[in-house]
Design a protein around this ligand. Structure first.
Ligand SMILES: [Zn+2]
Length: 1113
């Protein structure tokens, strides 16, 4: 076929679904040419068993040499079906075509009360701290503070503690990264298991000794390897309060790049493990190493029933300011919360690091002398060149007074006479001798202090919750209650990004580092959510069915558990951040890949059960499954499609399927022709494949069947190039020299034109000594045009379903796509960028969107996909300080409009000028940035980043003053929320393996009616049974009511839902199965809510995330 060559108009779609690329990669490992016609059959029969073998093969390969995989991947991405021709083969008129699209109401029905929340006026109460104000206040100078370099001299009066002694709580800890310089397994083998083994022995030697532990990924691995005797000993330590589990998450997660779905996943996995094995309920959060802190994590901990938390990595200027104001301890309150229901007591560590030199007091030279692992003769020493001395009767007085001086000074930065002193570092307490050195020497110091009443001090080992308990008692608060009115602590709202630890060293590089894996993480998240929900429904249905069947309930549950844990592991602050060693990154990547493949098995085997009319006929054959997710293969014959909509709303969306012939037609289950568009698949920038084609068609949102028929000769779908946009935008392109990029958007709603330009720019790194690396962004100035490029290749597709323009130039293939269908899909411009930075050195590629919005210095980025944080671009800060994490979206607004960029992966973003939004796409850096990693970032892959760009108008009414929003909170529109779901939780087209149209498949819809627009089903997750580690009959139903902005027009948005004041009626949901019981619990199911079981309806407050323990049948 010479199809491609004859086309005058070409199309493209760098719509690189990572999973698809993965399949291609795997196939490529064993198949010579993916487009070889003879391989069509092999694609057709591509069995999961074979894939399993391939992934095993891949893993062996990875172990041998991870560079091979990088090369293979990259070369295969070049082959991926990137571009489709624009021939719409549909002949309008002759056939009676069906657009499977329900009609949406002109205006979304919104409960008026739902709007009051977002439009509430902001009033700042006394003794509250708003981080935006703090940033206004600070000069961000960096004067030398003396021994406390980033602080100030601290003085005190000798008699200050005469009436009330100083209480010192020294908290031994060991920071165990689940992967960084070594893989998770290597760290476990070399360090972590020894720490935990020694812990059991050494804590039992003296009941006054204490220890805290936080990473359950490690703890559970160790637990599986120890005998019952040791397990009992551990339980005894916990009972006696000597060992405390802090936070209790699977990892200590990054707080910038993580999505709240995954944050909840890893917290739930850790807490569920604790409940099953130890029966403990964590009370205090412990986060000493994440590179900046998000209020989302504070909210999740609060919802999980924790009362206190500790954070460490905060900008040194903020720490200094808080220290001077004595606001390092505060109740952290969510921006939107006008009462105190989200308050959690937070302790911020004051100094540079969590190591011993920076925790006993302001002078690291002194404090280092009290890190007894650094005693002379050991492997490490003090960089301040004064070594520790072992404590003896001769020196104890002098040493104790010296240490007490530091404790007293530290306590002066806080409002109470209780002082917290963490005692530990990375992978500490590995050897028995180290335990003795630390604990024996400190005990001597404590004994001396405590036996001298004239010192007015009481010093002891404690856990982190011991500290908070003593603190709360000291100020007259109860153990968990808030009693803010009575407490001496201020209330704080806002976040702690972007972190700087010294000078202009801002940690904004890791918001983007290794974007390929950040993308993969989100793909796993959407697969995990989809699989969890389908599994829970299928498992309930299987039990209801009652009769023997071979639905693989236990096997699927194992796969789900492993996927939860792999996703959880990747939320670690050196994993999703892209700050691990190359081979550690590959280890994480392999786990993510593996789990995505396994989740596909769970999805198809569960979907198979659910759509089967006659459950008796269910068969499970992993080597030859009836259903397969179609992204992985080309379809050559008559097939039935099952489209799985993983969202809780009715949805019309375009799906794409790869086929072996351009002669295709698509029918509904009732035989009506569906409007579809055939496109070319491009082998490279300018050559279309003659063996692979792509069909894109609109599909409706329930799990239902559509027939797709391919026909060798009969050219049913004819070319049709007339382009009539039904949708809201026109794209206006102009040729600036040789690059065709977006220039203007025309809104169909009112015909207005808006200048919105897209360009790609490059940052270099500074010529100073310290340069950009995996963590740090240290640019050489503003972004410039990238190096001279060869002429761009431009492909244009026009068709009845979608139209797009693809521009390929140096490093970037950029596609803008419009969907020509009613509904949400037609409201936004889809942007796909394929970035290849491998030829560069010390470069970062940015996409800049310049609009005519008068946004001034104000912009908005989300935090963890959960909430929106208003930002201000500040000239008093270096450029890199104005970059913030963008997990799900960033937007700009002026009095009339809002421009939102929705993203399918976490990246760093900013607005450096009014009207501008800028996002870093990838970064390639030659050197280490001196934060311990010891390497640059040179393992770049060709990375596909996806976005949607949404331009919305504010409601205009006469007499209403132009919008001047300066509140410290902001909310996306409903359309923006729903568009985000389209981007991050796309339809899953599943194809049957049989060449048959007479399969007895029934559309399956678990919801009898869609959820309200603002209610999101975060997860429906089957709980592990207490006994065997298999599934129980209970599941966690997690719901989130999103906050949304009502001042944005909802006219013609295509939304097929309404709002209901936060009510979800239970008798309407679920359908085809029912809840036997529904009990409100804390986020991670550890605590019963005082509210009794739910009878009729669930009521959610705006922004609230609620968990229910449900029994499905
Ligand atoms: Zn760490």
């Amino acid at each position: 076929m010479k199809l491609g060559r004859h086309f005058t108009v070409f199309g493209s779609a760098i719509f690189c679904v990572v999973v698809f690329s993965l399949y291609l990669m795997l196939d490529h490992l064993q198949l010579d040419h993916i487009n070889n016609p003879s391989n069509g059959e092999r694609f057709e029969n591509g069995q999961l068993g074979i894939l399993q073998d391939k992934i095993d093969h891949l893993e062996r390969l990875l172990a041998e040499n991870n560079k091979i995989i990088a090369n293979i991947r990259d070369s295969v991405i070049n082959l991926r079906p990137s571009v489709k021709d624009g021939r719409g083969f549909l002949e309008a008129g002759n056939e009676s075509q069906v657009l499977v699209v329900p009609s949406a109401p002109l205006i979304v029905p919104i409960d008026l009360e739902d709007c009051q929340f977002s439009s509430q006026t902001y009033s700042k109460a006394a003794d509250t701290v708003q981080m935006l104000d703090v940033y206004d206040l600070l000069s961000f100078d960096n004067p030398d503070g003396g021994v406390w370099k980033q602080g100030f001299d601290i003085s005190y009066e000798e008699n200050e503690w005469d009436d009330e002694p100083l209480q010192v709580i020294v908290v031994p800890h060991s920071h165990n990264d689940p992967g960084w310089l070594k893989t998770f397994d290597d760290y476990y083998r070399d360090q972590t298991q020894h720490i935990l083994n020694n812990m059991v022995v050494k804590l039992h030697e003296d009941k006054r000794r204490k220890m805290i532990w936080s990473e359950i990924s490690y703890f559970s691995k160790w637990w599986d390897n120890i005998d019952h005797q040791k397990k009992d000993a551990v339980k005894k330590l916990i009972e006696r309060g000597q060992l405390e589990i802090a936070t209790g998450g699977w990892v200590m997660p990054d707080e910038a790049n993580t999505h709240y779905f995954a944050l909840i996943d890893q917290l739930l996995e850790g807490h569920q493990w604790l409940e099953r094995n130890l029966g403990v309920k964590p009370r205090t959060g412990w986060a000493v190493d994440p590179f900046g802190h998000s209020p989302t994590q504070a909210y999740l901990l609060k919802q999980a029933g924790l009362s206190n938390m500790l954070i460490q990595r905060v900008h040194y200027s903020v720490k200094k300011h808080f220290a001077s104001q004595k606001t390092l301890e505060f109740f952290w309150r969510q921006n939107w919360d006008q009462q105190s229901s989200t308050d959690i007591l937070c302790h911020m560590m004051p100094f540079y690091s969590y190591d011993v030199p920076h925790t006993c007091g302001p002078d690291p030279k002194i404090c280092c002398q009290f890190d007894f692992k650094r005693l002379p003769g050991g492997r490490i020493s003090c960089p301040w060149r004064v070594p520790p001395q072992a404590i003896t009767d001769d020196n104890v007085q002098q040493r104790a007074l010296m240490l007490l001086d530091q404790y007293r000074k530290k306590s002066k930065l806080y409002r109470t006479k209780v002082v917290l002193v963490p005692l530990g570092d990375d992978f500490r307490y590995t050897e028995a001798q180290e335990w003795d050195q630390q604990f024996n020497n400190y005990q001597k110091l404590f004994d001396y202090m405590n036996s001298h009443p004239e010192l007015h001090v009481q010093a002891q080992f404690g856990t982190i919750s011991d500290y908070f308990e003593i603190l709360r008692k000291n100020v007259g608060m109860d153990k968990v209650g808030m009693s803010v009115g009575l407490s001496p602590f201020p209330v704080l709202s806002g976040d702690f990004f972007t972190y700087a630890d010294r000078d202009d060293h801002y940690w904004s590089g890791y918001f983007t580092s290794r974007p390929f894996y950040k993308q993969l993480d989100r793909t796993l998240e959407s697969h995990l959510r989809a699989a969890e929900i389908l599994y829970s429904l299928a498992f309930a249905s299987v039990q209801k069915f009652g009769k023997p069947n071979n639905y693989p309930a236990a096997e699927n549950y194992k796969l789900l558990t492993a996927a939860r844990r792999n996703l959880g592991l990747f939320q670690h602050h050196d994993a999703i951040t892209g700050t691990g060693k190359d081979w550690v990154v590959v280890d994480y990547g392999t786990r993510l890949f593996h789990s995505i493949l396994n989740l596909k098995r769970v999805i198809v085997s569960s979907a198979h059960w659910l759509v089967l009319d006659d459950k008796q006929t269910y068969t499970y054959d992993p080597a030859n499954p009836l259903l397969q997710i179609v992204k992985s293969k080309m379809v050559a014959f008559l097939r039935a499609l099952v489209v799985y909509n993983p969202s809780e709303q009715t949805r019309t969306s375009v799906i794409s399927i790869y086929v072996t012939t351009p002669h295709v037609h698509v029918l509904t289950a009732h035989g009506q022709l569906v409007n579809a568009q055939i496109s070319a698949v491009w082998e490279d920038v300018s050559h279309a494949s003659t063996e692979a084609f792509q069909v894109r068609l609109p599909a409706l949102g329930h799990v239902k069947t559509i027939l797709m028929v391919t026909d060798g000769n009969n050219n049913i779908l004819n070319a049709s190039f007339s382009l009539e946009f039904l949708i809201n935008f026109d794209l206006w392109m102009s040729e600036g020299r040789n690059v065709l990029l977006l220039q203007t958007l025309k809104l169909k709603e009112d015909g207005s034109k808006h200048s919105i330009k897209v360009e790609f720019l490059c940052y270099g790194t500074t010529s100073k000594k310290d340069k950009s690396g995996a963590y740090l962004f240290l640019p050489d100035g503003e972004a410039m045009k990238c190096s001279p490029s060869q002429p761009a290749v431009i492909r244009v597709t026009k068709g009845p379903v979608f139209s797009e323009v693809t521009t390929t130039f140096t490093h970037v293939t950029h596609t803008l796509r419009l969907y020509n269908i009613h509904g949400v899909n037609g409201q936004a411009v889809e942007i796909s960028n394929s970035i290849d930075i491998r030829g560069e050195f010390n470069r970062e590629i940015a996409m800049r969107i310049t609009s005519d919005l008068n946004s001034k210095d104000r912009f908005f980025t989300d935090l963890n996909g959960f909430q929106v944080q208003p930002r201000r671009s500040m000239t008093k800060l270096p450029l890199q300080a104005n970059f913030y994490p963008m997990t799900s979206m960033a937007y700009l607004e002026d009095s009339g409009r809002r421009l939102t960029l929705l993203t399918a992966q976490s990246l760093g973003a900013t607005s450096l000028r009014s009207g501008q939004l800028e996002v870093i796409m990838d970064r390639r850096l030659n050197q280490d940035d001196n934060r311990g990693l010891g390497q640059g970032v040179l393992d770049n892959k060709i990375t596909a980043n996806s976005f949607r760009l949404l331009l919305e108008l504010f409601n205009s009414a006469e007499g209403v003053t132009p919008r001047e929003n300066t509140a410290p909170f902001s909310y996306p529109s409903l359309l923006s929320h729903i568009s985000y779901m389209y981007l991050n939780h796309p339809f899953m087209p599943i194809v049957t393996s049989l060449d048959s149209t007479v399969l007895a498949l029934a559309p399956y819809s678990p919801l009898s009616s869609p959820f309200p627009c603002d209610i999101h089903l975060v997860n429906l997750r089957t709980i592990q049974s207490q006994v065997e580690g298999g599934p129980s009959e209970q599941a966690a139903l997690i719901l989130h009511r999103k906050g949304f902005d009502c001042s944005i027009s909802t006219k013609n948005t295509g939304l097929l839902c309404r709002t209901t004041g936060g009510k979800v009626m239970l008798h309407r949901w679920p359908y085809m199965c029912k809840f036997i019981s529904l009990i409100p619990v804390s986020l991670s199911l550890m605590h019963q809510s005082p509210r009794g079981p739910v009878e009729q309806e669930i009521n959610l407050k705006p922004m609230e995330i609620c968990t229910y323990r449900v029994h499905l049948a």
